[in-house]
Design a protein around this ligand. Structure first.
Ligand code: TYD
Ligand code: MG
Length: 455
C-alpha cells in the first residue's frame, strides 16, 4: 500500500499544503501550519445494484417541524441570535481572550437553568472552582447548572449519554477539547474539527443547543479551522475594546435569522449588563463642538446608534512620510476618502498626519459613515468645528457624489429624539422628520464649502 501523503493545514485560514512551511502561503500567518490526518482517497464507486435504501422526500411546510426557540434570559443575546436559541443548533462564539465570553455564557446558562432548563457547562480552560468563583461574583452561584471541568470528548459524550439531554450545552472552549480517536494535540485543526463534529452530532440528535467558544486570531477570524464556521449554524463574534466597558455581540452567520442584529452589553463589576438603548453610548457628551468631531447616526441591524467620529490632522513641517492611523474604521476606506477629498475638492492632506478615531471603542461597519468621516476630516483640517448639534450620514463615491443610504427616516428620528438639531445627508425618500432640520448634500465639494465657510 502506498504511504499516505502528509498534509498540513493552516489553522488560521484552513488552506492545505503538502509541505510544511513557517508561513502560510495563502494568508501569510506565521507558524500556523500543523500536520493533519491524511486525506482519505475515494477511488471506489458505489455499486448501486446491491443495497441502498430509498430516501424519503418531505414537503417544505411539514406541520410542527418548526422548533420553538428558547430564550437565553438575556434580551440582547436573544436579539443577536435572531430571537433565542434554536434547539439542536450549533453556535460558534468567537472573541478575544478576556473580552467576556465565559461571563456571558455563564450568565445565559444560569438564566436558563433558573427558568427550569437543564444546562451543562463544560470548562476546558478553567477549573470548576474558578468557574464557581465567577458565578459567586455574578451572584449566580445558586443556579442549578451541571458544571464540569473536562477536555475529553469521549468522557463528555459518555456522561451526556447517561443523562437526559440538556437544553443547552456550553463547551468553553473548543480548542481545549480532544478526542483519542484523532491524532494530534488539542487545538490542532484535525482535533478541533473532529471534536466539533462529534459534539454537533450529539446536539442535532438530542435537540440540544450547543455553544462552542472559540479563540480569535490576530486578524479577527475565529482560530482553528475556517471549516468550523461551515459546520455550525450560527457564528457570533463578541467584540469590544478591553479597555472600554462596552461589548457588542454580533452574528456573522445565522441559518435561522438575520445577521445584522447586535446585542449591546456593558462589562461591570457584576458581569455583563444589558444595554437596551445604546444610542447615546458612543457620544462624548460634550456640549460645545470642537474641530474634527462629527456625529454619525449609524444603523446596527434595525437599531440606530449615534456615534462620534473624531479626526485629528497634524501638519508636518519636514518631508517625513505622514502617518495615517485609524481606530474603529477601515483604513482602506479612509485612504479612499482622503483621495476623493484631494482629487474632487482640492484639499491637501499629503503633508499632514491623519488620525481617525471612533469614540467609545465602537467599530463602524455601516457604509453611510463616509459623509460623517469626511465632515470630521474637513473640520479637523480647517480647524473649525461643525455646526452645533449636527449629524452627518451618506455614502461617498469616487466621483465625490454623496449617495443615499438605507434607513434615512430611522436615523433622522433617532437624532431628533436625542436632541440633535440638524442632519446633513443625501436627498432621499425619508421625507421631513419633526424636530430636525435637513440639509441635502449631493456632492462632497458642497460640504467642503459649507465647512470651510466659503459660501
Ligand atoms: P471572561 O468571561 O473570562 O473572558 P473570556 O472568556 O472571553 O476570555 O472575562 C474576563 C474579563 O471580564 C476579566 O478581565 C474581568 C472582567 N470581568 C468584569 O469586569 N466583571 C465581572 O463581573 C466579571 C465576571 C469579569
Ligand atoms: Mg473564558
Amino acid at each position: 500500500m502506498a504511504k499516505p501523503k502528509r498534509r498540513y493545514v493552516c489553522s488560521a485560514c484552513g488552506s492545505v499544503t503538502s509541505r510544511w512551511q513557517g508561513q502560510c502561503a495563502d494568508c501569510g500567518e506565521w507558524n500556523t501550519l500543523t500536520e493533519d490526518a491524511p486525506q482519505t482517497v475515494f477511488s471506489t464507486r458505489h455499486d448501486l445494484s446491491s443495497g441502498g435504501r430509498p430516501i424519503a422526500f418531505e414537503p417544505l411546510d411539514a406541520p410542527g417541524s418548526l422548533p420553538q426557540r428558547r430564550t437565553t434570559g438575556l434580551a440582547e443575546f436573544d436579539r443577536a441570535l435572531g430571537g433565542g436559541l434554536v434547539p439542536g443548533s450549533a453556535i460558534l462564539m468567537g472573541g478575544d481572550p478576556g473580552i467576556g465570553k465565559s461571563t456571558l455564557l455563564l450568565q445565559a446558562a444560569a438564566r436558563i437553568a433558573q427558568a427550569g432548563g437543564q444546562v451543562v457547562y463544560i470548562s476546558g480552560e478553567e477549573a470548576a472552582g474558578q468557574v464557581r468563583l465567577r458565578a459567586e461574583r455574578l451572584g449566580l452561584a445558586g443556579a442549578p447548572i451541571s458544571l464540569a471541568s473536562a477536555t475529553s470528548v469521549r468522557d463528555i459524550l459518555t456522561t451526556l449519554g447517561s443523562m437526559d439531554a440538556p437544553a443547552l450545552l456550553v463547551i468553553d472552549s473548543i480548542q481545549t477539547m480532544h478526542s483519542d480517536q484523532i491524532e494530534g494535540a488539542p487545538g490542532t485543526v484535525s482535533q478541533v474539527r473532529g471534536c466539533a463534529f462529534e459534539l454537533i452530532r450529539y446536539a442535532k440528535e438530542n435537540g440540544t443547543a450547543l455553544v462552542l467558544v472559540g479563540h480569535v486570531t490576530k486578524d479577527g477570524s475565529i482560530a482553528g479551522p475556517r471549516v468550523l464556521e461551515h459546520m455550525v449554524d450560527v457564528v457570533m463574534a463578541f467584540e469590544g475594546e478591553r479597555s472600554h466597558q462596552y461589548r457588542i455581540l454580533r452574528s456573522l452567520k445565522n441559518r435561522f435569522g438575520p445577521v445584522d442584529e447586535i446585542g449591546v452589553f456593558a462589562m461591570a463589576g457584576q458581569g455583563l449588563q444589558e444595554v437596551a438603548n445604546p444610542s447615546l453610548l458612543f457620544l462624548s457628551g460634550r456640549e460645545e463642538p470642537v474641530p474634527g468631531s462629527a456625529v454619525f447616526p449609524a444603523m446596527e441591524g434595525t437599531r440606530p446608534v449615534l456615534v462620534e467620529i473624531q479626526a485629528l490632522i497634524v501638519r508636518l513641517q519636514s518631508g517625513a512620510t505622514p502617518r495615517r492611523a485609524v481606530v474603529g474604521w477601515d483604513s482602506g476606506r479612509l485612504a479612499m476618502l482622503l483621495a476623493v477629498l484631494e482629487a474632487r475638492c482640492g484639499l491637501n492632506f499629503s503633508s499632514a498626519e491623519v488620525y481617525l478615531n471612533v469614540a467609545g471603542g465602537y467599530r463602524l461597519a455601516d457604509p453611510a459613515a463616509d459623509l460623517a468621516v469626511a465632515a470630521a476630516l474637513v473640520s479637523g483640517l480647517a480647524d473649525r468645528p461643525l455646526p452645533k448639534a449636527s449629524t452627518w450620514y451618506g455614502e461617498v463615491s469616487l466621483a465625490g457624489e454623496v449617495r443615499p443610504v438605507a434607513h434615512g427616516g430611522i436615523r433622522l428620528r433617532e437624532a431628533a429624539k436625542l436632541g440633535f438639531a440638524s442632519a446633513y445627508a443625501p436627498a432621499d425618500s425619508s421625507g421631513e422628520v419633526a424636530g430636525i432640520r435637513r440639509h441635502d448634500i449631493a456632492m462632497l465639494p458642497r460640504l467642503v464649502d459649507r465647512i470651510m465657510g466659503d459660501t
